[in-house]
Design a binder for this molecule. Sequence first.
Ligand code: OGA
Ligand code: NI
Length: 383
Amino acid sequence: NKMNKNKINKNKMNKNKIDVKIETKKGSMDEWPEPIVRVQSLAESNLSSLPDRYIKPASLRPTTTEDAPTATNIPIIDLEGLFSEEGLSDDVIMARISEACRGWGFFQVVNHGVKPELMDAARENWREFFHMPVNAKETYSNSPRTYEGYGSRLGVEKGASLDWSDYYFLHLLPHHLKDFNKWPSFPPTIREVIDEYGEELVKLSGRIMRVLSTNLGLKEDKFQEAFGGENIGACLRVNYYPKCPRPELALGLSPHSDPGGMTILLPDDQVFGLQVRKDDTWITVKPHPHAFIVNIGDQIQILSNSTYKSVEHRVIVNSDKERVSLAFFYNPKSDIPIQPLQELVSTHNPPLYPPMTFDQYRLFIRTQGPQGKSHVESHISPR
Ligand code: OGA
Ligand code: NI
């Protein structure tokens, strides 16, 4: 039909435009398009107004910055007893996860097996890191080529609208990308804590991958295999959202879906901020104590041929409270083609997405910055 055709043509055009941009930007990927300003520095300079670059157009501004959460919350799922010797035997828990992956793309897990002390230590070590003077952190300053290190923007478009956050990005897997020298060395315990935290989250991710796979009627290690088996990727993005002088005009992180496989977020234990899109409203997530927030990324939406949804989310900020969150990304091996699983497609249910490696796929967010769900929506097979 005509409308669909128009949409697909438009998507194709967008896609070409994006390819061209990536090409022209290739030469400059070692540098940011303009000098980097640390949001922490702005926050500490007692500004009376918000610099223009951080002011969102009216349609994108948060509807409320009240941290009182909406009555609705994403599902909270207790994993106690799910991962037993006998395999994944609890049908009620399995069904709740299935529903959450299809309807919300987001859920919280409790009794997930990661020690609360380790979760707190990880977040508080990072908080201490971000509390160091900006100067001390500049040695870890990142570039758009790998994004590893201390950063303050996503995307390389000169003059682009900016988000009210600084971050730190590092690799945990594969082993050849894990480099302690690219991790912070202060506070003194941080490397050890990140290392242990990373190992625990890789284990938890492996278990959740088995659930997601089984829930689609596949053998339990199907997803893991499709991700490249042992050679998957795992990285950590720690977000620091300083106090913001005009939180009603800004966003801590603009709407996006996560480009990778699956994300496990450790939110701040004191401050709300994450909002998830449900139909046309933004739901403020109310974190359960010591829960993790799990969400489906674009690569799992693609593998599942859109049965599981990679859902748009964003972060709002506060004038009197800073916020720290740890986003752990579990990704496919970066150089293998990812496409809908053969078991899930048929002539009646054709594959919605062409094959693409994650290396290629993630160039979009790395050059364009957060753009809602436009990437996965334009990454559609021609009809
Ligand atoms: C992310 C993200 C949410 C948060 O880093 O991709 O969505 O609450 N973070 O910081
Ligand atoms: Ni995200």
